[in-house]
Design a protein around this ligand. Structure first.
Ligand code: GRF
Length: 199
């Protein structure tokens, strides 16, 4: 199976996925890293791992359709069977999601459905939760609301700062995202309504 990973920033999840694939834990090819942000560090990581990169910046397109069309063209060329969103800071349109129905995964840094949106870590920390952690889910039209594949609980420590707390969540992300991807690759995820059965 050919995988494309979409990133906008640092790419620590991308790195964890690359490392897992190299170790043979993910039995699929990472064909392409797509970014909407030229110069982001995730692109450096991809280049270092000899993975093709594609930068498609929204500002160069007059419509969402054209912008996503440029990405879709490349995904078809590379025969991509799974899209992995790893810190891709842009919402995909319903049309795009339809093209890859049930073939797009995302990781979110809180236990969904709590703390959806772009500031999941900060909001959970400021709220004072005692337990939180990342969620890997299928992407549907509603943001951070698709069927949940894996979650992992992280306890908030009394002396945690927002930074140490974020670090603990990222560490857990780097474990569950490769695991969820491998389950998908092995055909072990069965969506039944809102639920994902691991078969
Ligand atoms: C992660 O916290 C992920 O949960 C969220 O974006 C962040 C990406 O971090 N969707 P990185 O670029 O993988 O380091």
């Amino acid at each position: 199976m050919n995988i494309a990973i979409f990133c906008s920033g640092n790419g620590t999840n991308l790195q964890a996925i690359i490392d897992s694939q190299k170790k043979g834990f993910i039995k699929a090819d990472i064909k392409l890293v797509v970014s909407d942000t030229a110069g982001c560090f995730a692109l450096e990581r991809a280049k270092k791992a000899d993975i093709k990169t594609l930068v498609v910046e929204k500002k160069n397109f007059s419509s969402q359709k054209d912008f996503e069309g440029a990405i879709l063209k490349k995904l078809k060329e590379e025969k991509i069977g799974l899209i992995v969103l790893a810190g891709y800071m842009r919402l995909l349109s319903p049309d795009f999601i339809k093209e890859y129905k049930n073939k797009i995964l995302n990781i979110h840094p809180s236990l969904l459905p709590s703390f959806k949106g772009t500031h999941g870590i900060k909001e959970a920390f400021l709220y004072g939760v005692k337990i939180t952690g990342p969620t890997v889910h299928f992407v549907t039209e509603d943001m951070d609301a698709g069927p949940i594949i894996l979650q992992s609980a992280v306890a908030v420590m009394e002396d945690d700062t927002e930074e140490t707390f974020a670090g603990a969540i990222h560490k857990e992300e780097h474990k569950i995202y490769p695991r969820a991807i491998q389950l998908f690759v092995e055909g072990k995820l069965k969506i039944e309504g809102r639920k994902v059965k691991i078969i």
